[in-house]
Design a protein around this ligand. Sequence first.
Ligand SMILES: [Zn+2]
Length: 303
Amino acid sequence: MSYSKLADNMYVVIGGAFPKCNTVVIIADEIVIIDPGCVVEDLRRFLMTQDIQLKDIGTIILSHIHPDHITHAMRLNRLSNCRIAANEITAPLFNNKEEMKRFLGFDKGNPVRKLWERFVDERMYGALDEGRVDEVLCDGDKFNLGEVTLRTLYTPGHLPDHMCIELLEPNLVFTSDIDLTEFGPYYGHPNSSISDFESSIRKLRYGSYDGIISGHLKDPLVLDYKDRLTAYSRQIGMREDLVLSAILEGAKTIPEITANPIIYPSLTNPVFLQFETWMIEHHVASLLGNGLIEEENGKLVAV
Ligand SMILES: [Zn+2]
């Protein structure tokens, strides 16, 4: 178990890379957990160092509906009877897991739906448990926890429901899956949006935080976040150049582009091929929108 101290009453239990995530713990008027996706035993062991037990958790806040971020929400809810808070887009998805699957592109017609469900159950067990959000949040809503105030900040793109959580004291922001990992921005669902993702990155860059907290880095607190966000954002353009190169070299369809994967280096898992395909589809739409390629009789050609 490893954790990082952000302030006297604020910590991150390190979950690290997908399919885990970093979990923020705030010890104030109540115990607040943001994104319970770290190993639950690590969370329990960390809380013990503070003379707290899992059953003492008062509130869980979810940044968005991805299984790696909501993994233990219902397990902890059953243990502690804590309230679960999520924004107005996330809440109905959490309350109805079939809606969640549809939102993520895994409707009943998706050929890899069963494989994805199995992957979630094996690696993020509990994320598909039925449950209910107790408190529905809107953009800019505040949580006053005595010495600590939290505020929601909508940052769509990764998914339409993605939000960050500002920690007004000590002037930090948990940026969840705007995570500054080497992998780069992830927009691998039909309703992800590259342009919204770029806008959300700009929104964070214009902020005057003392640092940001990544949902997946092993060293979660990033102080030089403005430069890091610029480099992170640049990866989108680099990928788009690779997609354009593939089309210039003769790839005429999305399957022909993904035959040489651009996002994931090796595609042995059909679920990841699905994620790759959705990401490439966003780039192709972007290239079409920018007039750099055209579609003729279902075939992509460079202009
Ligand atoms: Zn996510």
